[in-house]
Design a protein around this ligand. Structure first.
Ligand SMILES: [Zn+2]
Length: 252
């Protein structure tokens, strides 16, 4: 089992360096007892960064995946690093913060946009994906009228700028099942998930999520709409992050 050290609080998503022990060495990769590296999933790409043993040169981490309850860090093959690592070795990890922080901004922006799209059109988000400075939201059906999108993005930017706090809450599964958030009904939660980790954007959204988010919507900057794309059974709403913005709020 790998402890997901980025997960328990909103502040934990801001940690960049950690120490851990090697617990398995699958070909080309390493499993640690704990990690700050986010493994690809839920629309959010994997973190990149480095792992370093002692005074050895840092070894680049080029992909991170989850396998059951283990997180596998894929090491850059050409670097030759990691070849002499053994079970129990202590390593220091550092995540690529620019990349991670963009993912945090995009992820919070996506939740807010999905909430507003649901509130204004009744359409739920079927799937979402983001990377670099862009994201996309796949809706369950076609949009009633495209011009409504301008108003929704305008509203999103007003709310982002107002600095709404983003919080993590744990809700007992039985409580969640009695009254789940309406926009979240499309994807069923695996049975074993209890409690349900929800990301709450004050007054605007509640959504189960295992991703990393910013502390305040002001940190996102602004979002702009790109032309929608019809997809089988629905519509894709692409968006991009503004340049600038994205200054991390001070640690609480
Ligand atoms: Zn999410």
């Amino acid at each position: 089992l790998t402890e997901l050290a980025y997960l328990p609080t909103i502040d934990a998503a801001y940690l960049r360096r950690f120490n851990a022990r090697v617990t398995a060495l699958p070909p080309g990769g390493v499993v640690l007892d704990r990690t700050l590296f986010y493994p690809v999933g839920g629309g959010q790409p994997a973190d990149h960064g480095t792992l370093q043993r002692g005074s050895d040169p840092p070894v680049p981490v080029v992909d991170v995946t989850k396998s059951g309850s283990h997180v596998i860090h894929r090491l850059r093959r050409k670097s030759g690093g990691g070849a002499t690592w053994a079970l129990g070795d202590e390593v220091t990890g550092e995540i690529d913060w620019d990349r991670r922080h963009r993912h945090m901004r995009l992820h919070t922006a996506q939740h807010l946009l999905s909430a507003l799209l649901f509130a204004r059109t009744g359409l739920r988000t079927r799937d979402a994906l983001f990377g670099q400075d862009r994201g996309r939201i796949d809706l369950e059906r076609s949009l009633p009228a495209e011009p409504a999108l301008d108003a929704i993005f305008g509203e999103a930017n007003t709310l982002l700028a107002s600095g709404l706090p983003v919080r993590i809450r744990e809700v007992p599964r039985a409580v969640w099942d009695r009254a789940p958030a309406p926009r979240s009904g499309l994807v069923s939660l695996p049975r074993q998930i209890d409690p349900v980790r929800v990301i709450e954007i004050a007054e605007v959204d509640v959504c189960p999520c295992g991703g990393t988010h910013v502390r305040s919507t002001a940190e996102v900057g602004t979002v702009s709409a790109e032309p929608v794309v019809p997809i089988p059974g629905g519509v894709r709403v692409p968006f991009r992050l503004s340049e600038g913005g994205g200054t991390p709020t001070p640690s609480g």
